[in-house]
Design a protein around this ligand. Structure first.
Ligand SMILES: Nc1ncnc2c1ncn2[C@@H]1O[C@H](COP(=O)(O)OP(=O)(O)O)[C@@H](O)[C@H]1O
Ligand SMILES: [Mg+2]
Length: 339
C-alpha cells in the first residue's frame, strides 16, 4: 500500500529522487521536441533583445516534466526561479509580497495554478500585463488604491487541469505548452541516464520492462527504476535484470502496462456494474470510493492514452482493448452507442 502511494505522492523520498535525477539542460531533457524547439526560439530572441521572456503556461499530467522545464528555462536565461503554488497563495497580499521581492528578469513559477483563487488571479492580471501591482489600502470609503511598479519578471505557470483556467487568464500568457506522454524509447533513454546517475547497471531488456510499466511518465519510470534496483540489491545482484524488474513490479502490484489496483477497479466497475458504460465520473468515483479529481488527473489520462477508456458526452466507456486486457466481458450491443 505504502509503496504504491510513493509513486503518486510527493513524499520526501520522491522529492529527493526528483532533484537528483532532474535534467538541468535542454540536451538532458529527453523528448517534448516541439516545446523545446519553440522555447529555443523564444529564449534566443529574448536574449538578443535583452528582454525578459513572455509569460509561459505549461500543462499536462503530473510527472511529465513541467517543473523541470521551468528550472531549465530560468537557467538558460541566467535568472533565478522563485517557486510557489496556487494553493499557497491564499490572499492578494501573499502574491504581492512575492512579486515585490523579485528582481528584474526573475522567474516566478506558480505550480498547480488552477488552484489560485479569483482574487489572487485578478491581482496577477495587471502584474502580467504592465508589471503593475494594485494594492488597496484601508477599507470602505477611505480605501485607496496604491499602484506599485514591479520589476520586469516572467511568470511560468504549470497545471494538470488546463480546462479549469479562465479565458482571460489563459490569454495573458504569451505561450502555452502542452506536455505529452513520452514514447517508450524516450522513457528508456531517461531511465538509462538515471541508472548511471544512481550508479546501477541495467540489462537493456530491464529498461524496456520498466519503461513499458512507467505509464510513459518520467517520474514513475524513475521510481520504478529505484524499486527494481532495491529488489536486485536485496537479492545480491549487481545488475538489474528484466526478471528482477518484473518481480519488483509484481511486488508493487503493477502490471506490465503500468496498471495498478485503482486502474483495474475503474475499468472493472465500468464493465461489470454499468455494462461497459457510458457512466458518469461521479458514479464511478462513488462506486470505487476514490475522489473524482484523482480519477480525472491521475488515472484517466493514461487509460485514455493507451486506449482502454474513452470519454463521451454521456460519460466514460471501457473500450474493447481495455476489456480484453483485463479479461472482462460485457454485452457490447447493450453498451452506449458512442463506441
Ligand atoms: N524530459 C525529461 N527528461 C528526463 N527526465 C525527466 C524529464 N521530464 C521529467 N523528468 C524526470 O521526472 C521527474 C519529474 O518531473 P517534474 O518536472 O517534477 O514533473 P511535473 O512538474 O510535470 O509533475 C524529474 O525530477 C526528472 O527526474
Ligand atoms: Mg511539478
Amino acid at each position: 500500500m505504502e509503496d504504491k502511494k510513493l509513486i503518486k505522492t510527493n513524499s520526501e523520498d520522491e522529492g529527493f529522487l526528483d532533484l537528483a535525477l532532474r535534467p538541468t539542460t535542454f540536451e538532458e531533457y529527453v523528448g517534448q521536441e516541439k516545446a523545446k524547439k519553440n522555447l529555443a526560439v523564444l529564449i534566443g530572441a529574448a536574449k538578443k533583445r535583452k528582454e525578459p521572456l513572455e509569460h509561459i503556461l505549461i500543462h499536462g499530467p503530473s510527472g511529465l516534466g513541467k517543473t523541470t522545464l521551468a528550472y531549465i528555462i530560468s537557467r538558460q536565461m541566467n535568472s533565478s526561479l522563485r517557486i510557489t503554488s496556487g494553493a499557497a497563495l491564499e490572499k492578494a497580499g501573499d502574491l504581492g509580497s512575492i512579486l515585490t521581492g523579485l528582481n528584474e528578469g526573475d522567474f516566478l513559477f506558480i505550480d498547480e495554478v488552477h488552484r489560485l483563487n479569483k482574487l489572487v488571479e485578478e491581482t496577477l492580471y495587471p502584474a502580467m500585463e504592465n508589471y503593475n501591482l494594485d494594492i488597496i489600502i484601508g477599507k470602505g470609503n477611505s480605501a485607496k488604491t496604491l499602484q506599485i511598479q514591479l520589476p520586469k519578471f516572467t511568470l511560468i505557470a504549470a497545471t494538470t487541469r488546463i480546462s479549469l483556467l479562465s479565458n482571460p487568464f489563459r490569454s495573458r500568457f504569451g505561450v502555452n505548452f502542452k506536455l505529452d506522454f513520452y514514447q517508450q524509447k524516450e522513457i528508456e533513454k531517461i531511465i538509462s541516464r538515471s541508472a548511471s546517475l544512481l550508479n546501477v547497471k541495467t540489462e537493456p531488456e530491464a529498461l524496456s520492462v520498466i519503461a513499458a510499466a512507467s505509464r510513459f511518465t518520467p517520474r514513475i519510470a524513475n521510481k520504478l527504476l529505484k524499486r527494481s534496483r532495491d529488489f536486485a540489491q536485496h537479492h545480491n545482484k549487481e545488475i538489474i535484470t528484466a526478471d528482477s524488474a518484473r518481480q519488483a513490479l509484481e511486488m508493487l502490484e503493477i502490471d506490465h502496462l503500468g496498471l495498478e489496483g485503482t486502474d483495474k477497479r475503474i475499468l472493472t466497475t465500468i464493465a461489470n456494474n454499468f455494462n461497459g458504460g457510458p457512466v458518469g465520473l461521479k458514479t464511478i468515483a462513488a462506486a470505487i470510493a476514490e475522489e473524482e479529481a484523482t480519477i480525472e488527473d491521475v488515472y484517466e489520462p493514461y487509460l485514455m492514452q493507451i486506449g482502454f477508456l474513452a470519454r463521451t458526452t454521456r460519460g466514460r466507456v471501457i473500450t474493447e482493448e481495455g476489456a480484453k486486457h483485463l479479461g472482462l466481458k460485457f454485452s457490447k450491443s447493450a453498451q452506449g452507442s458512442l463506441i
